[in-house]
Design a protein around this ligand. Structure first.
Ligand code: SER
Length: 630
């Protein structure tokens, strides 16, 4: 099976079991101010896990594009990538442990053909202090599943001094077998869902262990160590808890949240622990090989460099495909960093020619069938990659010489110098850090970065802050601003005309930010008219409700919003929020949206535009706040 076939096999398997198959959401989450990227399959599902009805029912499956910026520095070993596809299936208060475990076992062993003797699993050992039981129930289902393959699956506690022994199923504590977006239970903010999980591992065999380490941190190897023998291929989260102010409460429904790395599954199936050897990397890898005249895997000293190029350019292609262009801010900064680091790595392999567009083209080619929008965006993707590469190449050599000089003079690079390298030669801070380390100099990361920031305006973009939580925010403040955003969208159309379309939206607890198409600066009269329009709706205290509609009906009822191929593929069912009087049948706003929203517009208080500015040709930006009215 190719990686592509594996993805389709998974989706088909769950479709046969009553799941609606949904397309991947964008790598850039909508209306979620707390995280820059979609980093797990469940992220777009949060409202539904918390209890909002999903328009397509209670069984959903997909393959979600994910980007984990926090893994950039891990890339280079045989398993980490920043971009990956996560296969996911969800029960939204429908089936639970029994079905999930027996299906997973059947999918992996029967449908995909993995040898059950080389599968291992972990389960949650329970937390008496939190009142969360040891997951013996899951163990029972796993044992029944393994028994169908004549395997006597013994369950044991871990860690144990003598290694894995006879165990097939291992109990771990909440550091390993609990999942929430915030990690362990104590890091979860109130309102965040999570639960115990059971994870599945593929055993590449003890002989692999010897290639890297036969012990891991002075302990015998086990499924969760990092020696390379075992690879986690999937995680079944039994999401039935929510963090309350005093401990944990049960969610209104028992959910299943499964996530499995497609690339890792492909590596297990190929029985090769190097994910960069799966067929999905064949095309791009061949391009790097031909440009560098080096064979991947033949020269140990280049393996890491090859992997960084392959990972980073693939991620950049998908990010650009989702509309993120290289820049100095927010998401764009990551695309810049990925491309520039890949370009420097290419230079290390002795590649003189441009590398971005040709590797990028091979990535697009590989994924064109699964992601048609990539192939539609092909020209744009190639252009962005080339431009960014060209900009950086022009200064790369000079910058490296300057860097050498700095080191020669004082055997260190200061934050201030790093800032010069960034502004004059385009070296992202993290690249400079890496270069210092490559030269064998230690770096006090924090002091260095702090000094860099002193010199840098762009830290104001707040990207650091956005990584802290990684949580979708459903607080009252953001919910109110979310409803205000819908009203603003309608108000702009009413005042300026129907050429106005949403081009971006970002909401924090303090303000909304809305980008829209409009060719010129708004006059103060227009701004006042927009504010008045919104405040009038607020004063009328209109009810807000949603309906799940067919695409045609939604359009017929005047719903605005993003009717892209994403919705077209959603089995024709979408969720539309209406503001206004149902009985009268006329609405102040109707918009395609996942929610949540307030119940009545009166809850918004008062609406005030704080700023209006240009963001790009033909695109304006409004920042607005809600104020309380005496
Ligand atoms: N949310 C879990 C994970 O990301 C399973 O989908 O691992």
């Amino acid at each position: 099976m190719t990686t592509h076939e594996l993805r389709q096999a998974y989706l088909r398997f769950f479709e046969e079991r009553g799941h609606a198959i949904v397309p991947s959401a964008s790598l850039v989450p909508d209306n979620d101010p707390t995280t820059l990227f979609t980093g797990s399959g469940m992220q777009p599902m949060v409202p539904y896990l918390l209890g909002e009805p999903h328009p397509l029912g209670t069984r959903i499956a997909d393959s979600q594009k994910c980007f984990r910026s926090q893994d950039i520095e891990e890339v280079g070993d045989n398993r980490h990538t920043t971009f990956f596809e996560m296969l996911g299936n969800w029960s939204l208060g429908d089936y639970f442990k029994r079905e999930q475990i027996s299906w997973m076992f059947a999918f992996l062993t029967e449908r995909v053909g993995l040898d059950p003797a080389r599968l291992y699993v972990t389960v949650f050992r329970g937390s008496p202090a939190r009142g969360i039981p040891r997951d013996e129930e899951s163990v029972g289902y796993w044992q029944a599943a393994f028994a169908t393959a004549s395997i006597d699956a013994k369950a044991v506690d871990f860690p144990e001094r003598d290694g894995m022994g006879e165990g097939r199923i291992f109990y771990y504590d909440e550091r390993k077998n609990w999942w929430s977006r915030a990690g362990v239970p104590e890091n979860m903010p109130v309102g965040e869902p999570g639960g115990p999980d059971t994870e599945m591992f593929w055993d590449f065999g003890p002989e692999r262990e010897l290639h890297q380490a036969s012990v891991w941190k002075d302990e015998p190897c086990h499924v969760n160590c990092d020696c390379g023998r075992f690879l986690e291929i999937g995680n079944n989260v039994f999401m039935e808890y929510v963090r309350a102010s005093d401990g944990f409460a049960k969610l209104p429904q028992q959910n299943v949240d499964f996530g499995g790395g497609l690339e890792r599954l492909a590596a297990a199936l190929a029985d090769d622990p190097d994910v960069f050897c799966i067929d999905a990397f064949d095309g791009p890898r061949a391009v790097v090989e031909s440009l560098s005249r080096l064979k991947y895997g033949k020269h140990a000293e280049h393996t890491r460099t090859f992997r960084i190029i392959l990972d980073h350019l693939r991620a950049a292609v998908f990010l650009i495909g989702d509309g993120v262009f290289p820049s100095n801010k927010d998401q764009g900064y990551f695309v810049r960093r990925l491309i520039r680091r890949a370009v420097r790595c290419a230079a290390k392999l002795g590649i003189q020619e441009p590398v971005g567009a040709s590797v990028g083209e091979a990535v697009v080619e590989t994924y064109a069938v699964a992601y048609p929008s990539l192939s539609e965006g092909r020209a744009r993707i190639a252009a962005e990659l080339s431009q960014e590469e060209e900009k950086f190449r022009r200064s790369l050599e000079k910058g490296e010489r300057e860097f050498e000089k700095m080191l020669a003079v004082s055997e260190r690079v200061t934050g201030e110098q790093a800032f010069v390298l960034y502004t004059t030669y385009g070296f992202p801070l993290e690249l400079t850090e890496e270069m210092v380390q490559e030269k064998g100099y230690a770096i006090d990361k924090e002091a260095f970065q702090a000094e860099f920031r002193k010199h840098q305006e762009l830290s104001r973009s707040g990207s650091e802050q956005k990584f802290a939580g990684g949580l979708a925010d459903h607080s009252a403040e953001t919910t109110r601003l979310h409803t205000a955003t819908h009203l603003l969208n309608q108000a702009l159309r009413a005042v300026l005309g129907p050429h106005v379309f949403q081009r971006g939206s970002n909401i924090t607890r303090e303000r909304l930010r809305f980008d829209f198409s409009h060719p010129e600066k708004l006059t103060s009269e227009q701004l006042a008219a927009v504010e008045d329009w919104v405040n009038d709706i607020i004063r009328r205290d209109l009810p807000v409700h949603y309906e799940i509609l067919g695409l045609d009906e939604a359009k017929a009822r005047g719903a605005i919003g993003v009717f892209d191929d994403k919705y077209a593929q959603l089995g024709d069912k979408i969720k539309v929020y209406f503001v206004g009087d149902v009985a009268a049948g006329t609405y102040a706003s109707s918009e395609v949206c996942g929610g949540p929203h307030v119940e009545r517009t009166g809850e918004l208080g008062g609406f005030k535009i704080a700023k209006e500015e240009a963001v790009a040709a033909g695109i304006r930006r409004i920042k607005a706040v809600l104020v309380s009215i005496a």
